[in-house]
Ligand binder design. Structure first.
Ligand code: SF4
Ligand code: SF4
Length: 340
């Protein structure tokens, strides 16, 4: 594995240089938060931020995506064009939990039998350059409870670790090595690697939230019907914030927008928190209240995904905890279940 050392003050210039040659998505300041956006001219990438408000999943799985255009003729339906082909890109500044979320999303969107060409095309052409969390950004972080860590390399192509006055830059995949030329020739020394090890242990020990996420599967297997499901949902507003900000939530809806003979097929994010999500054309709704919807969210993340893909579908980023307007806390739900 190639490893380089760069002076900290050179990082912004390197990212801007890459952005001059290809599309770079980076955390940028916008109003009251930091969001992943395409890095435009004159815009500063944020390096010493905590974590972004939005997860970077929209880069591979956009909130709204055109799948195809078609037109109706006398002979039937004629396809005008398919979705746009992705271009080479870099996602800079993902945190390890968000990089890891892509490995979890791959299990769904990039299976041997079922491949989502829209997701796979963008994913394959994007290099993920992650910044390790030297300190856990928030008290709500719980990555270590769900298989990750503040310095996890899963899902990253290049990993940057702040080791004092320099960054240790590790090129983890052949895709990541395509960026080698931007990072100079200074090889990382053994001292930087030793510091990284120290940092990794310290950062993991600083995670304040511990959630028994792996211990609730048996309960979920056996308790689709249980009085507990009546205790979490009452104050839920069904706003969908938790699912829209979540790096691993991936439900979508497909609709056709038609004008005259021309149509566009679009897919939009959807949310299991919305009442209409499971509404059938007959008017029957198999998940008639937030009780069934919250049970679904819990089951999907901690049981169904484990059954299907042998992985919990949560990376412990804490966004749903921080931004739920009524303070519903998935850590508490999991902890309460573990005590039943
Ligand atoms: S469920 Fe919450 S903590 Fe887990 S990945 Fe999604 S937003 Fe982050
Ligand atoms: S963010 Fe909170 S209120 Fe909104 S849907 Fe999720 S749990 Fe319900």
């Amino acid at each position: 594995m190639e490893k380089r050392s760069i002076k900290k003050e050179t990082l912004t210039g390197i990212i801007k240089k890459i952005a001059g040659e290809m599309r770079v998505f980076a955390p940028v300041k916008e109003e009251d938060g930091v969001f992943f956006r395409v890095l435009g001219e004159g815009v500063e990438p944020q390096i010493n931020y905590a974590n972004t408000k939005n997860a970077p999943k929209n880069i591979f799985f956009p909130r709204t995506e055109k799948m195809m255009k078609y037109t109706r003729t006398d002979k039937g339906m004629e396809f005008v064009e398919n979705g746009e082909e992705a271009k080479d890109a870099v996602l800079f500044g993902a945190r390890p939990c968000d990089a890891r979320s892509f490995v979890l999303l791959d299990r769904l969107f990039d299976q041997e039998k079922y491949k989502d060409p829209y997701y796979v095309d963008k994913r394959e052409k994007t290099v993920i350059l992650t910044i390790a969390c030297v300190h856990p950004p928030y008290s709500t972080c719980f990555c270590t409870s769900v298989g990750g860590s503040p310095t996890s390399e899963e899902g990253s192509d290049v990993m940057l670790t702040d080791v004092g006055d320099s960054y240790l830059v590790e090129f983890l995949t052949p895709k990541g090595e395509k960026l080698l030329k931007y990072f100079g020739d200074t090889q990382a020394d053994a001292d930087a690697e030793a510091k990284k090890k120290e940092i990794a242990e310290k950062a993991a020990s600083e995670i304040a939230s511990h959630v028994p996420a792996k211990e609730i599967k048996t309960f979920l297997d056996e308790n689709f019907e249980h009085p507990f499901w009546d205790t979490i949902h009452q104050k839920c507003l069904a706003c969908g914030t938790c699912t829209f900000l979540c790096p691993t939530c991936h439900c979508f809806d497909i609709s056709d927008e038609v004008k005259g003979p021309d149509g566009v097929r679009i897919r939009n994010w959807d949310s299991c928190m919305f009442p209409m999500f499971t509404m059938e054309t007959s008017g029957h709704n198999p998940r008639p209240s937030q009780k069934e919807r919250w049970r679904q969210r819990t089951m999907h993340k901690f049981k169904y995904y484990v059954d299907m893909f042998n992985a919990i579908s949560c990376v412990g980023c804490g966004r749903c905890v921080m931004y739920c307007p009524v303070n519903i806390d998935i850590r508490k739900i999991v902890t309460d279940i573990s005590k039943l």
